[in-house]
Design a protein around this ligand. Structure first.
Ligand SMILES: Nc1ncnc2c1ncn2[C@@H]1O[C@H](COP(=O)(O)OP(=O)(O)OP(=O)(O)O)[C@@H](O)[C@H]1O
Length: 282
């Protein structure tokens, strides 16, 4: 994927959104709104949201707490219905959840009574992937995620970081075209988080999946992304989308080194200022 070196900031997108490079979108969130009816009244969670991700793009979403990020993710995953608007994959209505879109949540949600290997294979069994192929994909993921030694362990025997590796492996083994990640590293200690961020960059180089990634961490958002979408306060909409240059010097660095780079700091500050405006105004 190519990137412009100039950081362009786009205003709220209306109508049919384009991708960063104007290509046909892999995943498109078109005019999605969501309101919840509760006993206390209606909650407008999302105003009209538009986003388009091209094949292989990594788009991170940041925004104030409660602005509707997880709601948007649930709708994008087909796990909840939009009040209006649509989710398109390759230009077609996406419908309910399917193997094409895989979700990783903050909490690992592993089956406690299944071993690591069985947890990773669960989705493949459901999808009736032939046994020899299951075995092949399992071995590949165990190696990629550094889980080989833990294949026969149970989730309670693993650290949080290892459990999240299993959750990610369980998603990747299905070879999803689109990976939807809702604060996947939010429950981890700082060191494990750094390691998994770097591993996600590496995995993405191998798999080239399209990623929509929610985070509270502005650093994480900038480090991982091709573009960072900033949401408004609730009801959430896309306030701005910022390009992160693909050829930035810090791109091949680990996140600690990247954070010391002036260009990275500038981007981080720019994103944080936009988020802070929304926090202050809410
Ligand atoms: N099932 C639900 N029923 C009623 N209200 C809901 C439901 N889910 C979310 N909301 C409300 O919608 C709004 C957006 O919530 P959401 O969890 O999407 O925000 P968020 O940006 O992901 O928050 P955070 O950053 O704190 O995780 C909140 O006001 C929340 O209380």
């Amino acid at each position: 994927m190519t990137h412009s070196t100039a950081n362009r900031t786009r205003g709220p997108v209306t109508g049919s959104p384009t991708t960063g490079n104007g290509h046909d979108p892999k995943l498109e969130i078109r005019g999605v709104t969501k309101n919840f009816v509760t006993r206390a009244g209606e909650v407008d969670a999302l105003a009209s949201c538009d986003l388009a991700l091209e094949q292989g793009e990594f788009l991170t979403i940041v925004g104030p707490s409660g602005c509707g990020k997880s709601t948007l993710m649930m709708v994008a995953a087909g796990l909840d219905e939009a009040s209006s608007g649509s989710i398109l994959v390759d230009g077609e209505p996406a419908g309910g959840p399917g193997p094409q879109r895989s979700v990783v949540f903050q909490r690992f949600a592993l089956f406690p009574s299944r071993t690591v290997a069985d947890n990773i294979c669960f989705g493949m069994q459901q999808a009736r992937v032939p046994k020899p192929e299951q075995a092949e994909r399992l071995e590949e993921q165990l190696t990629l995620m550094g889980l080989g030694k833990f294949r026969d362990s149970y989730p309670h025997e693993l650290s949080g970081g290892m459990q999240q590796r299993v959750a990610i492996a369980r998603s990747l083994v299905l070879r999803p075209e689109i990976l939807l990640m809702d604060e996947p590293f939010g429950a981890l200690d700082a060191q494990t988080r750094l390691l998994l961020q770097e591993e996600l960059v590496r995995l993405r180089q191998v798999h080239r999946f399209t990623v929509l990634f929610i985070t509270h961490s502005v650093e994480e958002a900038v480090y991982l992304a091709d573009r960072v979408a900033v949401m408004t306060r609730r009801p959430g909409a896309i306030k701005t989308v910022i390009d992160v240059p693909g050829d930035a010097e810090w791109r091949s660095s680990d996140i600690e080194t990247a954070m010391g780079h002036p260009e990275f700091t500038q981007l981080r500050q720019r994103v944080w200022k936009l988020v802070k405006e929304e926090i202050v105004a809410s």
